[in-house]
Ligand binder design. Structure first.
Ligand code: C5P
Length: 295
């Protein structure tokens, strides 16, 4: 028997970052949205532990480890269990792109393992296991639109009746999340201990008006990411010329996302960016569900 769980990519609609904590993490006040780019993780029992990774044509999976350091394998190691598992990951979320692809795989592996063995652990237990694996992993379980606090792992769902259209432009070369946070520390040594609250963003979400949401999007990691990779700033400006309401670095980057007015608007912006020479231009909608069993 095998179980396949699907988990979505995330965009941070608001990413407020405070001064680095004693434990090396940064206090966050963020609003996550799960969007319709998915990794599928299949877990079955086997005689030896193994993990294999494949990807859609637009995804370069060469940098994803296929040993016990793979985050899906680390997720299974979090759960006390005497069985050995074979894990297959089919990726469509950009790798090292600031869209929580690894976190999605970890969340999917935790849920698949739980269902494979009929454990039916309470959500609180899965969320605790998820938080030990990474700051974004609890959100990958929850999905939808949610506020994240602490280091991002304390997640509270937000009602979001909007249907938001995004254009997603991954970069050929990943950007290291710790490097971007370290650059934030260099640029903003006096960042406040408590990050900014997303007050206007929450009001914009409730309004369901794309233009209002576009104006309220905010990412404190954008300046460090663009400073490290100036071409991201050029890409943001280009997408806005091509009709997007607003471009934004996704999380720590280097993926850039564009909020569009409508499905047609997203298609037009995507066509414009592809015409300008960007090889991989994806379209996604949000919010979508968190990790869920598909077979
Ligand atoms: O928790 P996660 O494994 O996703 O974090 C990866 C790295 O990103 C951390 O080791 C840390 O350098 C940085 N980080 C941070 N503050 C956060 C989340 C992540 O500094 N709130």
């Amino acid at each position: 028997m095998s179980i396949t769980v699907r988990a979505a990519a995330k965009i941070n609609l608001h990413l407020g970052v405070g001064r680095v904590r004693e434990d090396g993490f940064h206090p966050l006040d963020t609003v996550y949205q799960a969007v319709s780019l998915y990794d599928d993780v299949t877990v079955s029992q086997g005689t030896e532990e193994s993990v294999s990774v494949s990807g859609s044509s637009s995804i370069d999976v060469r940098d994803v480890p296929t040993d016990t350091s793979n985050i899906a394998m680390r997720a299974l190691a979090e759960v006390p269990c005497s069985s050995r598992h074979v894990v297959r990951i089919d990726k469509a979320i950009p790798v090292a792109g600031g869209m929580a692809g690894g976190s999605a795989d970890a969340a999917a592996a935790l849920l698949a393992h739980d269902r494979l063995h009929g454990l039916a652990q309470p959500d609180a237990v899965l969320l605790e296991q998820a938080a030990r694996l990474g700051s974004d992993v609890p959100f990958s379980l929850v999905g939808g639109t949610a506020r994240g606090r602490g280091r991002g792992e304390v997640v509270e769902p937000i009602a979001d009746e909007g249907a938001w259209w995004w254009v997603v432009v991954p970069s050929g070369v990943g950007l290291s999340t710790p490097d971007v946070y370290r650059h934030f520390d260099r640029l903003f040594p006096d960042a406040p201990p408590q990050p900014d609250e997303p007050t206007e963003l929450l009001a914009a979400l409730a309004s369901r008006e794309p233009l209002r949401l576009a104006r309220a999007l905010h990412n404190d990691l954008q300046e460090p990411a663009v400073d490290l990779r100036p071409e991201l700033g050029v890409l943001i400006a280009l997408g806005e010329v091509e009709g997007a309401l607003r471009g934004l670095v996704s999380g720590s980057g280097p993926t850039v996302v564009f909020l569009c007015e409508s499905a047609d608007g997203a298609r037009a912006t995507a066509a414009g960016l592809a015409g300008a020479g960007h090889d991989v231009v994806l379209t996604a909608t949000g919010p979508v569900a968190g990790a869920h069993v598909v077979s």
